[in-house]
Ligand binder design. Sequence first.
Ligand SMILES: [Zn+2]
Length: 320
Amino acid sequence: MALSVLIVSCGAGRSKAGGNNNDTMTDISGQEAASRVPEFSADSAFLYLKRQVEFGPRVPGSEAHVRTADWLCGELQRHGAEVREQKAELTAFDGTVLKCRNIFGSFNSEKKERLLLLAHYDTRPWADKDPDPANHGKPIDGANDGASGVAVLLETARVIGEWNPGQGIDILFVDCEDYGDEGDEDSWALGADYFARNPIYPGYRPEKAILLDMVGAREARFPAEYFSREAAPELDDAFRAAAAAAGYGSMFPLVMGGGVTDDHQKLIEQGIPAIDIIDYRDTGFCPQWHTMADNIDNIDPAVLKAVGQSLVHYLYTVNN
Ligand SMILES: [Zn+2]
């Protein structure tokens, strides 16, 4: 993803949803709710992340990309999802034709109302933000940018497969997000754009969507993302309240971060309320962003846990 616009980070207001003061969250938490929220395993999520990195950089067109997509289908199936795949040939900004594969798994597919959870699994072909110019043409591991969001959603799929929350949930591993050109906003999120404009089955349209991106780096924090707040303030509030109820409110403050060019925008453009849970600091993206340092050494399983447990809390309380 790329930074879209710099939004001055004042004036967003703070609410009780932004704090980590759990006892203000009685509307969704409380003993009863907490007791039916399953445990999200940080170890399991970390192994899912490691496995992706071991495939190699998941650059569209590479063998590692093909093997990863096949593996994602298998994992979703193993956890009981009904799996569909959307294939397309998409032309990148530089004329390269990308063989896009969007991998999609449905839980409780008989339910008409659908919540879509998504993360991109492709990785950037170029470490063009690396401090060493000699690395600018090399592909990144994408341990954070790519693998982290997928890892959290795979562990979430495992949880859903084990303790069915009962509602319609779809998990999308979306392709061709990170093959973009800095100066061209339309060159990013090609897989999500295709997905948003071409229903994966006739009539498919989720009620709302939650995107996870860069959810594993050390010292991560997740302020509000500008376009998410514009398009889906209620969903963003509900997610932050769930995070606070799960004990992670301080990592999800209701202050404005940046505006980010990312997959969620493609859904918003089609009128679907969508939010982007993305690590954003006072200095912008995390220092490893689009560098060779986006590797497994800079992943903190506790961050995967914070995001994953918050999501699971949302799924088993707010969205029920
Ligand atoms: Zn990226």
